[in-house]
Design a protein around this ligand. Structure first.
Ligand code: DGL
Length: 270
């Protein structure tokens, strides 16, 4: 039994979709969440910059007494995860592997779609992982660079003409490719589930990477004997810029009212 906190980070609000899952799967755990709002979006940045940011994010989380880290960011998971795992002596999990395992188990026609940030798509990490599970799976991928800024600005509701137009432009060409499973490869995208499902149709299974990663974290903590035995856990939120704006939208990502304030952190110090 281990009551230390779990660290979770993303470029901004998106990783809170994973925290939402963690809260229901692991209600006893304390979670410390960092959203790097001063540098969001990560998705168009180079591998060098992403490694630098990811190391600072981990360094900040490790300034607390934590037992494991969930990289609730597809972009960091596809580019910097192996380096983070090599350089740190605690379990660090990303979102790619659990999502690919679920997609491979779900697909019937072996045509799997991937939507994600440009950095994630260009990394090829999802394809490599899917092919290592099943070499026959065909992957149809598309970078959706406008999704993250729109979601960070609260434009994720059905009926919002801007997000719906952008989503149709990205997704309609994919719809004609006969895929039966679509990986939402960025943790911001579950906020767009309804809009994406409207376009793709009910025959396409949507994979929420944060949800799959939350289950993987549970299995990892179990394996290491690290589950908390506390009656209930707390979530503490940090952001590197505009903590008040972050707080305003965080409740919608978490689908529950926010307890406490969002604290500010100068990430450049780490
Ligand atoms: N939510 C992150 C991801 O899963 C980051 C997106 C971004 O900052 O561009 O990729």
């Amino acid at each position: 039994m281990d009551r230390r906190s779990v660290g979770v980070f993303d470029s901004g609000l998106g990783g809170l979709t994973a925290v939402r899952e963690l809260r229901s799967i692991l209600p006893s755990e304390n979670i410390i969440y960092f959203g790097d709002t001063s540098r969001v979006p990560y998705g168009g940045r180079s591998s060098e910059i992403l490694h630098h940011y990811a190391r600072q994010d981990v360094h900040f989380l490790r300034s607390f007494d934590i037992k494991a880290i969930l990289v609730a960011c597809g972009t960091v998971s596809t580019t910097a995860l192996p380096a983070l795992q090599r350089e740190n002596d605690l379990p660090i999990l990303g979102v790619v592997e659990p999502a690919c395992r679920r997609a491979a188990a779900k697909t019937r026609n072996k045509r799997v779609g991937l939507i994600a940030t440009a950095a994630s798509v260009h990394s090829g990490a999802y394809e490599r992982t899917l092919h290592s599970i099943d070499p026959e799976i065909q992957v149809i991928s598309r970078a959706c660079p406008l999704f993250v800024p729109l979601v960070e600005n609260g434009r994720f509701h059905r009926g919002d003409i801007v997000i719906e137009t952008v989503a149709r432009e990205y997704l309609e060409p994919m719809k004609d490719q006969g895929l039966d499973t679509l990986i939402l490869g960025c943790t911001h995208y579950p906020l767009l589930t309804e809009i994406i499902a409207d376009i793709m149709g009910s025959d396409v299974t949507l994979i929420n990477v944060g949800q799959e990663a939350a289950w993987e974290l549970k299995r990892t903590l179990e394996r290491h004997g690290m589950l908390s035995d506390a009656a209930s856990g707390e979530t503490t939120l940090y952001a590197s810029d505009r903590p008040d704006d972050f707080a305003q939208l965080a409740g919608r990502f978490l689908q529950q009212e926010l307890q406490g304030t969002v604290r500010s952190v100068n990430i450049e110090q780490y």
